[in-house]
Design a protein around this ligand. Structure first.
Ligand SMILES: C[S@@+](CC[C@H](N)C(=O)[O-])C[C@H]1O[C@@H](n2cnc3c(N)ncnc32)[C@H](O)[C@@H]1O
Length: 306
């Protein structure tokens, strides 16, 4: 009888987005792994600066090289899972910010459903993203038919005509002819310095990419006033499974794996939900079943923490 080869079950994704399997993955996992960051109760909630910078290099390559001609980062998928942003429909906000906005933003779809007087976009890579051909806020303006971000979509008209038409309609709805100005914030959430309060804070598919989730939750509480709205989506983990997953895999782009109880506690203590949906997604990668749990949440900041 042949012995099962456990190395076959391993995979390793490096910062250049190369995927290794089997013995080569096992060899690399021996040299480089996230196991040292794991807490048995909370998963990985914080990594060191070097590990986060590696994830940022991965992210920059994802969009500025591999995804140079991409038009969206599953933003339409999130729109559908947020029930077309139904909980925000008709609302009016004084100042809104999208944290970890990426090159395309979810804000561009949110703005179809509510009014936001002053708009900020934050990402540590935001100045790189400004040069992405389909960046939705090129030149510091969102939407509009005649500004740079819309003109950047024109090559897409040939390859994805339907998506192009939808994009131009969205660009017109949110920015009229010439686009609306946005404030560009180049910063990590953890380090973000501002004198403003934001009655709309959006953070969608960001935590896994960050350095320190507790610092992020504290920052959110600093910038969002009582009654302010928090729109949140991410992947949730079970701390009990994180060590096992890390013994067979490495993913340079996703350093944090936060236990769901910590996320739920933060939301329950500080927000009153108007939407809270969780989904199990069946996923396979390199022949492994990797089911994941996703949360879609909209809540208003409570007057008093619980
Ligand atoms: C997968 S992308 C998602 C972008 C956008 N939220 C979307 O859904 O289209 C994750 C983004 O989080 C950003 N990010 C990573 N660490 C961050 C941090 N500490 N603070 C703010 N953003 C961060 C990355 O630079 C990247 O643009």
């Amino acid at each position: 009888m042949t012995k099962p080869d456990h190395d076959n079950a391993k995979f390793y994704i490096d910062e250049y987005i190369n995927i290794y399997e089997g013995k080569e993955a096992a060899r690399r996992l021996n040299d480089h792994s996230d196991r040292a960051f794991v807490d048995p109760q909370t998963g990985i909630t914080k990594v060191d600066a070097l590990r986060w910078q590696e994830a940022q290099r991965y992210e920059r390559r994802t969009w500025m090289e591999h995804g140079k001609y991409t038009l969206s980062d599953r933003n339409e998928y999130h729109l559908a899972h947020f029930a077309n942003y139904g909980p925000l429909r008709g609302a009016s906000f004084q100042r809104g910010i999208e944290l970890g906005c990426g090159p395309f933003t979810n804000m561009r779809l949110i703005l179809d459903h509510c009014r936001v007087q002053n708009l900020h976009l934050l990402d540590p890579l935001i100045c790189d993203y400004l040069a992405h051909p389909s960046c939705r806020y090129r030149g510091g303006k969102m939407g509009g038919l005649t500004n740079n971000s819309s003109l950047g979509q024109i090559p897409a008209a040939v390859r994805y005509p339907l998506q192009f038409v939808r994009t131009m309609l969205n660009a017109y709805r949110i920015g009229g002819f010439s686009g609306r100005p946005v404030v560009i914030e180049q910063s990590k959430i953890e380090d973000f310095q501002t004198t403003h309060q934001f009655d709309l804070v959006v953070m969608i598919n960001v935590i896994e990419h960050c350095q320190d989730v507790n610092a992020i939750f504290n920052k959110i509480l600093q910038i969002i006033p009582q009654g302010g709205t928090f729109v949140f989506h991410d992947v949730l983990y079970d701390a009990s499974e994180v060590s096992q997953t890390l013994s067979v895999s490495y993913d340079a782009g996703h350093p944090l794996r936060v236990d769901q109880a910590l996320v739920h506690r933060f939301l329950e203590d500080h927000f009153e939900p108007s939407m809270h949906a969780q989904y199990w997604i069946d996923q396979e990668f390199c022949g492994h079943k990797l089911p994941r749990q996703e949360i879609y949440y909209v809540g208003k900041r409570r007057t008093k923490a619980r």
